[in-house]
Ligand binder design. Structure first.
Ligand code: ARG
Length: 575
């Protein structure tokens, strides 16, 4: 099923072509003056005349109640209630709510990527939350998605860590930082330990059986810790998605050989470097001491993803500071023929997490924040994991991901404003209407007459287009903004239109609108990895001054117990 915006766009494009004899983007968008506005005629000397001719030529009779030209040549479109009702019925009859699948691709999503033997930090949290939303949206659209957790489990640090383990250091999955800190302290203070750690790295790289076994212990315990975090976050990363740096250690010699054979490496200062065009500095592929680093591993991983996994779209959900590194890796891979169209790689970059003081998130004492402590606090404050974790994910995803985002428990947990609890609450309200009215069969008989019904219908019908767009741009704040708009439109509808007290087909249709709203919120939130609770009993509305839009009266739709009483006390709402 196509979405209504797409059909309008197609019909207008056809009319523009008839009128102008060329392809014109109708530039259709939602509008405050009508339902939609098309600006495709603007910028032409005869814009108003073209717009009028397009209106005359366009085949919109079955969709629009009114089409007019205003200003310098805007085309204003108001949809007909009957058309909205038909589209709503089709969406409601579809388990996918009208979101069609797309031409499937194999997509690799590289996300989370924490480092073994260390605590996950908030940057890894962002990657995990954003990457998981990407996985869910892309899977929903029909792609074959391969999750890859590029765990930092290889490299010189592991000499020190294995040596510390051999000396009796205890690695506790409940407290990852202690072990690492202790090893580090010894490495810095004790030159004998330092020397042993250096030798241990060589043994590790040479595949010494004993050393490998101890290294594996370190990685295994890290995995237990990480899985416990993923479990709490309710993300789709599984043990089998771990493809750490060590996975590629056996392929690095070959990567270098292939790059050399293709003439892409030059020696510089004893190191083997690639000099991709347009970059000021080289990419060090093999260090002077013969060791390999982060760059070589990423080249091997990329080659594996396109050549072995046959992925055509590679997504790297990594913070903005690694942009330069990734761009160089992509450039070298292109030169090597590992990233040939249609295959392409995209850096899904994101900003830093800031505290409410505008600085990098820290504990009050100035230390690094423990991720598990953040999760504990979110859940404790919300009194419900679905709400606490949901709020935290939503706060991250509702922010333009390129920008830094401010971590603020009060704001993310507020029951009003652009928050997960607000959307979850809208969903809970519908569920409670259904319980009160003893409605359990899905109803799909719509009539759209009241302006608030019209406005809600418009929002609901935008969902398919928004989801498809999210699959392209991975700009999830557009999806959250849409879901928020649905909840706001629902609030206005519920305030103005009695549901259970209405009669006959009006009641049926309003129940159906409630039902489709609930499903849209539930499916939409699920695409973001956010659960909807069946009830929200434990929390009084948190009304922080910053997020309240208007004063709340008792029994207003924002009040948790308000809807039933309010619905019963309705006196006027005539469509
Ligand atoms: N372990 C890295 C870090 O903590 C992130 C890995 C991201 N993925 C990649 N293919 N480089 O910064």
């Amino acid at each position: 099923m196509a979405d209504i915006g797409k059909v309008l766009r197609e019909r207008l494009a056809a009319a523009f072509e008839t009128v102008t004899g060329s392809t014109v983007d109708p530039a259709l968008r939602r509008s405050r003056h009508a339902d939609f506005q098309a600006d495709g005629a603007l910028g032409r000397p005869d814009a108003r005349a073209v717009a009028a001719a397009v209106v005359a030529a366009a085949d919109l009779g079955d969709l629009c109640a009114n089409v007019s030209v205003s200003g310098p040549g805007f085309i204003n479109l108001t949809l007909a209630g009957g058309a909205l009702a038909q589209w709503l019925a089709a969406a409601a009859a579809d388990p996918r709510l009208g979101v069609s699948t797309v031409e499937p691709e194999t997509v690799v999503v590289d996300y989370s990527g924490p480092n073994a033997a260390k605590e996950m930090h908030v940057g890894h949290l962002r990657s995990t939350v954003i990457g998981d939303a990407a996985v869910r949206v892309l899977e929903f659209l029909g792609h074959t998605v391969i999750r890859q957790n590029h765990l930092g489990d290889w490299g010189t640090n592991f000499g020190m860590l294995v040596e510390h383990l051999r000396d009796g250091g205890v690695l506790d999955p409940g407290d990852m930082s202690a072990f690492y800190a202790a090893a580090r302290r010894r490495f810095e203070a004790d030159s004998d330990f330092q020397e042993r750690a250096r030798r241990r790295v060589l043994l590790l790289q040479a595949g010494d059986v004993d050393t490998i076994e101890q290294w594996r212990t370190v990685v295994e315990i890290s995995r237990v810790y990480l899985m416990s975090v993923y479990d709490r976050l309710d993300v789709r990363l599984r043990e089998t998605d771990f493809a750490g740096e060590s996975t590629y250690s056996g392929a690095l010699d070959d990567v270098v050989a292939e790059l050399s054979a293709k003439g892409l490496l030059r020696e510089s200062d004893g190191a083997l470097c690639a000099f991709p065009e347009g970059f000021p500095s080289p990419l060090v592929v093999r260090k002077r001491d013969g060791g390999y680093g982060y760059a070589a591993t990423d080249l091997a991983a990329l080659r594996y993803r396109t050549q072995e996994l046959h992925a055509t779209r590679l997504l790297y959900v990594i913070g903005t500071p690694q942009r330069h590194h990734l761009e160089m890796v992509f450039a070298v891979a292109r030169a090597a023929g590992w990233l040939v169209p249609p295959a392409r790689a995209q850096h899904i970059a994101f900003g830093s997490v800031l505290g409410t003081d505008g600085k990098m998130l820290r504990t009050r004492a100035g230390g690094a924040i423990k991720l598990t402590a953040l999760l504990d606090e979110a859940v404790a404050r919300a009194d419900d994991p679905a709400i606490g974790i949901g709020a935290l994910k939503y706060a991250d995803l509702s922010n333009d991901r390129i920008k830094d985002y401010t971590f603020d428990f009060d704001r993310m947990l507020a029951l009003s404003g652009d928050t997960a609890p607000y959307l979850q609450y809208a969903h809970v309200r519908v569920r409670s209407i259904f319980r009160k009215g003893n409605v359990d069969v899905p109803i799909a008989a719509f009539t759209v007459t009241h302006p608030a019904e019209h406005a809600l219908a418009l929002e609901l019908l935008e969902f398919p287009g928004i989801v498809r767009e999210a699959g392209e741009t991975l700009a999830f704040h557009r999806l959250t903004a849409h879901l928020h708009a649905v909840a706001v439109a629902f609030s206005a509808f519920f305030e103005q239109c009695p549901v259970l007290r209405a009669q006959g087909p009006v009641r049926e249709s309003r129940l159906a609108l409630c039902g489709l709203t609930a499903r849209t919120l539930q499916v939409g939130l699920d695409l973001l990895g956010i659960d909807v609770p069946e009830r929200m009993l434990h929390r009084a509305p948190t009304l922080s001054a910053a997020t309240v839009r208007r004063p709340l009266a008792p029994g207003s739709p924002e009040s948790p117990r308000g809807n039933a009483e309010r619905d019963a006390s309705h006196t006027s709402c005539t469509p």
